[in-house]
Ligand binder design. Structure first.
Ligand SMILES: Cc1cc2nc3c(=O)[nH]c(=O)nc-3n(C[C@H](O)[C@H](O)[C@H](O)COP(=O)(O)O)c2cc1C
Length: 419
């Protein structure tokens, strides 16, 4: 797994509470975060919060037993360092080369080959002070990336510059600094992943559904999110939810899912859809009990004393066939999933070919029900491209990586052919 490691330094600003949100967002996106806090920072945000969010101990003391070399080792460990929020005091100390605590010692021991970001947060007068401004330009000359500040209401009651940027904006700065540094050179894809299974209500307590748990979809979403792609996760209301900071849309029935996909794809530009949702082939139309036909769904619980009940089903359209047609971006790439339940190789391949033909998929993942383990976790996938090139993947992680490679290659080819 490709985690990116962030050394998150916090100083004693009233904006320190915002760092908790940003740290949480980083962790949810697969980053590993270690926090270095000044003594004053801990007056604003507690160690318990920071340790709880990161799962790592919080570093404050240069002379802590067993951690004497952390002023060197934490720099080696991190892919990127950010001081957020950065006080005027710490900014001025860094620019003066003062190294009187763990945070400032780490700065002096930083080799400057990896990104070092500073997100200032202070009162306008402190920010505009010649000492602070001179320090900021000095740090900039040394290769430190100084993030802009926002303008607005400050905790002291004044309005002006010096306000910490919103954490979501700082998150984007972190991503682009990693990208620029070559830590991630990949293009960031905007991906939609559909997951879980549709349900059709019969009455107030019963529904018709399928085996899908959403585990595979959630694992694929986590992979894409961890690798910096922007994920929209469209999921059944009770399916497994990935630990990511993407956009979440839930659906219940075939009709819901179809409506949601049409609206999302026609309003936003997606690079690709990975369509894992197990869409029911039929919707329920009516139920016949003792010769009486009831139109479905019923709001109340159907009486269960009848000897026989006949469910009348209506064929659903294949949503996957319409995804490219719904899409605003006519270059949308589509990855379909075909779950088979047969040991016969020819039958499996025929099913895949049919999906390529009918839905204009760019890639299809074949998996068979026999490859589900006792926890309903799917293993052993075959990823097929339109050229029928096939790639076996044993784990979801491997599959997600190969799907990512295929999508990035296809997009690169499309861009090159347009030049
Ligand atoms: C309630 C309160 C809020 C503060 N907010 C800020 C702030 O937003 N920015 C800043 O530069 N200093 C702020 N300070 C002052 C710093 O906490 C002070 O300069 C401290 O020495 C900073 O230490 P550090 O840089 O080692 O964390 C604040 C102080 C208090 C009491």
């Amino acid at each position: 797994m490709s985690y990116y490691k962030i050394l998150f330094k916090i100083t004693g600003s009233i904006a320190a509470y915002k760092s908790a949100y940003l740290i949480s967002k980083l962790v949810q996106n697969g980053f590993e975060v270690k926090v270095v806090a000044t003594d004053y920072a801990l007056k604003f945000v507690g160690k318990a919060t920071l340790e709880g969010l990161t799962g790592n101990k919080v570093f404050t003391d240069s002379f802590e037993e067993g951690e004497m070399m952390s002023h060197i080792n934490l720099n080696k460990w991190a892919d990127l360092t950010i001081v957020c929020p950065a006080t005027a005091n710490t900014i001025n100390k860094l620019a003066a080369g003062i190294s009187d605590n763990l945070l400032t010692s780490l700065f002096l021991a930083h080799d400057r080959s990896k990104p070092y970001l500073i997100a200032p947060a202070m009162n306008t007068l402190m920010f505009d002070h010649p000492a602070t401004q001179a320090s900021l330009s000095k740090l900039k000359k040394w290769g430190v990336q100084i993030l802009p500040t926002a303008e607005g209401y400050l905790a002291c009651g004044d309005t002006g510059t010096g306000k910490l940027l919103e954490p979501d904006v700082i998150f984007e700065y972190i991503l682009s600094a990693l990208k620029k540094n070559g830590t991630t050179e990949k293009r960031r894809l905007k991906i939609m992943i559909t997951s879980g299974g549709t349900k059709e209500n019969i009455d107030g307590v019963r529904y018709l559904s399928n085996l899908s748990t959403g585990k595979t979809g959630a694992a694929i979403a986590e992979y894409f999110s961890r690798n910096f792609h922007e994920v929209t996760f469209v999921h059944a209301d009770n399916s497994v939810i990935p630990k990511i900071a993407g956009k979440f849309i839930s659906y219940f029935s075939f009709g819901d899912l179809n409506k949601q996909l049409k609206s999302l794809l026609s309003n936003e530009d997606y690079d690709a859809v990975i369509h894992l949702a197990a869409v029911g082939d039929y919707s329920v139309e009516s139920i016949e009990v003792n010769g009486k036909r009831n139109k479905l769904p019923l709001e109340y619980k159907l009486d269960s004393t009848g000897d026989e009940a006949i469910l009348h089903l209506k064929r659903n359209d294949k949503i996957i066939k319409h995804l490219k047609e719904y899409s605003k971006d006519k270059n949308l790439l589509l990855v379909g999933f075909k779950l088979t339940n047969t040991q016969n190789e020819n039958e499996r391949i025929t099913a895949v070919k049919k999906l390529f033909r009918e839905a204009d998929c760019d890639a299809v993942v074949l998996n068979d029900k026999s490859d589900r383990d006792e926890k309903d976790q799917q293993k052993n996938f075959i990823l097929l491209s339109q050229a029928q090139k096939s790639d076996a993947c044993q784990t979801v992680e491997e599959l997600a990586h190969k799907i990512e490679t295929i999508l990035l290659n296809m997009i690169k080819l499309k861009v090159e052919s347009c030049k």
